[in-house]
Design a protein around this ligand. Structure first.
Ligand code: ZN
Length: 499
């Protein structure tokens, strides 16, 4: 089977099996950049969130939730109204709007466009006499296009839908400071919707106008950034790091290096930042994304935000879109809290070291995951076609159904009743079971393989006599006869081993 066939099959599976539908609303033709999740997609998303929340409790993080709409002053202070812009080129004749960096990358595939200034991009347009692909009119000026979605609250309050969760978390700082009883660093995260008015969203769920973010912050002192207790526990772990210096030399193979070595070689500056890279890597690995498809790419000075001290993207190598960023790790310094202190006239200077009187505004280290991108890359990297059989190799903790229960035949009442009893017993034991009595047994297996169900259990005539069932394993397709009374224990044991 050719790779393109596989991608076609994959894209159709995502819709056909109820993971992601859209653009929404489909019956009205769809609005670009907006998608809906079907039952399988929602189950997968919830399983990812459950896993993340469990793990973050272990690392000592607390969770908050803030409104998705905030008044204008917030976005003036955060700098989004000034700086959250994309460069665009507008055709003078047909008024088509192009996103300048993407347009240039398509027209000049050999040029490095990332990180160029507006002026540098304008020069490239002129040097290469680029014109509008639709009407052939020469293009020239690059303009600013703000990505914020504006709305009105009540009669006269101008507000914006948040373009990230992070800013709304910073606004809670004095509350968090009290809540944590001034124990630093404060570790916090927020999950929720964010909105960006992309000019022409493409690439399906990778670039959307409404999306789920999962953003973690450390509020930390300057001293703690350099002497961080948690770092000592994780510094021997190795990560695939591709620093900016190597990219400049057109060298794109990441170096597998321990965090300790990365600090010693000055690839990373701060142990607390290294810890953040580790957390983001750990949360990616436990989803089951293969190590060899992961790299951390450091931003160039041009690419990173003007206030950021360091920034790395965690990227996954996909078949359909190449390297895709699923997470950004940013050293935001004290920029955000300083700005919000200034605009709100609050004092955010706190004493973070009980042994001294010294007061400072905390530094912010941030780990920003895009949940939709995680879902896309996870589906793609676990998708296999083997001899015509589609198999989604999701881990049992993430699969929409852990177990599916089938009565062999539909119209034999005692087989059906026993199957239902087993199904309900699994649910009562908190094992995600799905009951399916419709269609041939082969088709039922195939349906479950396609959404990654780890185990299928079939109840047949024999089951009525010997109280046993057939359990079939998704990846090996091996079958085993198991006593009904042992089923729950056996499945529990299997989950533990698969974690
Ligand atoms: Zn045109």
């Amino acid at each position: 089977m050719k790779i393109e066939d596989n991608i076609e099959t994959f894209n159709s599976l995502v819709k056909r099996r109820g993971f992601i539908w859209g653009p929404s609303p489909e019956i009205y033709g769809g609005l670009a950049g907006f998608y809906s999740y079907g039952p399988a997609g929602m189950a997968l998303k919830n399983n990812i969130l459950n896993l993340f929340r469990q793990e973050l409790r272990y690392f000592g993080f607390g969770e908050v939730e803030c409104p998705t709409i905030m008044p204008e002053i917030v976005w003036i202070a955060s700098g989004h109204l000034d700086r959250f812009i994309d460069p665009v080129i507008k055709c003078d004749k047909c008024s088509t709007l192009y996103r300048a960096d993407r347009f240039l990358q398509e027209q000049l595939p050999d040029q490095l466009i990332d990180g160029l200034s507006f002026k540098e991009m304008e020069n490239l347009i002129q040097q290469n006499n680029l014109s509008c692909p639709k009407c052939d009119t020469p293009l020239n000026k690059i303009e600013e296009y703000n990505l914020m979605l504006k709305t009105q609250v009540g009669n006269d309050v101008t507000a914006y839908l948040r373009p990230e969760t992070a800013t709304t978390t910073y606004l809670l700082f004095n509350r968090l400071d009290q809540d944590a009883r001034r124990q630093y660093p404060i570790k916090i995260y927020q999950f929720g919707k964010a909105y960006r008015n992309e000019i022409s969203p493409r690439q399906g769920v990778l670039r959307v106008r409404a999306f789920d973010q999962f953003e973690l912050q450390l509020f930390i002192s300057k001293q703690q950034e350099m002497e961080f207790e948690d770092y000592e526990e994780i510094k021997k772990n190795t990560l695939p790091l591709l620093d900016w210096k190597n990219q400049e030399k057109n060298f794109y193979k990441p170096e597998i290096i321990s965090l300790e070595d990365a600090i010693n070689k000055n690839i990373l500056k701060k142990p607390a930042f290294a810890y953040c890279l580790y957390i983001s890597y750990y949360l990616t690995i436990i989803l089951g994304i293969p190590e060899e498809l992961i790299r951390f790419r450091q931003h160039s000075l041009n690419e990173r935000a003007h206030y950021a001290d360091d920034a790395w993207d965690l990227e996954i190598n996909t078949r359909q879109f190449g390297w895709v960023e699923i997470c950004g790790v940013h050293d935001r310094t004290d920029y955000d809290l300083k700005r919000h202190a200034e605009f709100s006239k609050q004092n955010f200077e706190v004493n973070m070291n009980p042994e001294t009187e010294f007061k400072e505004i905390p530094q912010v280290l941030e780990i920003a995951f895009g949940i939709d991108r995680i879902i896309y890359t996870l589906l793609e990297t676990t998708f296999y076609v083997e001899e015509g059989r589609i198999n989604l190799r999701l881990s049992p903790a993430l699969a929409p159904n852990t177990v599916a229960v089938f009565p062999l035949v539909k119209n034999k009442e005692n087989i059906r009743n026993l199957a239902l009893k087993i199904h309900r017993n699994l649910l009562e034991n908190r094992i995600n079971s799905f009951f399916d009595a419709a269609g041939s047994i082969g088709k039922r297996y195939r349906r479950q393989d396609e959404i990654g169900t780890t185990y299928c259990i079939t109840i047949d005539y024999e089951s009525l006599k010997d109280n046993s069932v057939t359990i079939r394993f998704r990846d090996s397709m091996e079958q085993e006869r198991v006593n009904i009374n042992d089923l729950v224990d056996m499945l529990r044991k299997k989950f533990r081993n698969s974690k």
